[in-house]
Design a protein around this ligand. Sequence first.
Ligand SMILES: [Zn+2]
Length: 71
Amino acid sequence: MQKDELAFLEDMFAATELLECATCGEATLHAHEEVLEVYTVGTKLRMQCTCCQTSRSWIDWTPPQTKANLH
Ligand SMILES: [Zn+2]
């Protein structure tokens, strides 16, 4: 796949993550639904499977302060 196509797909799915879905039994795209908790080392989110609409919690290990330091 071309780099441009990859960048395009990354933009398109910026708000989604490929996660294991217990209901689907495979890795599916999950959309950010709600922020449950913010830690110093990451963010706990509720993610919804785009295939079966099942919600699950997921921790994004990108430290929140990394974004805050960008200003
Ligand atoms: Zn699912």
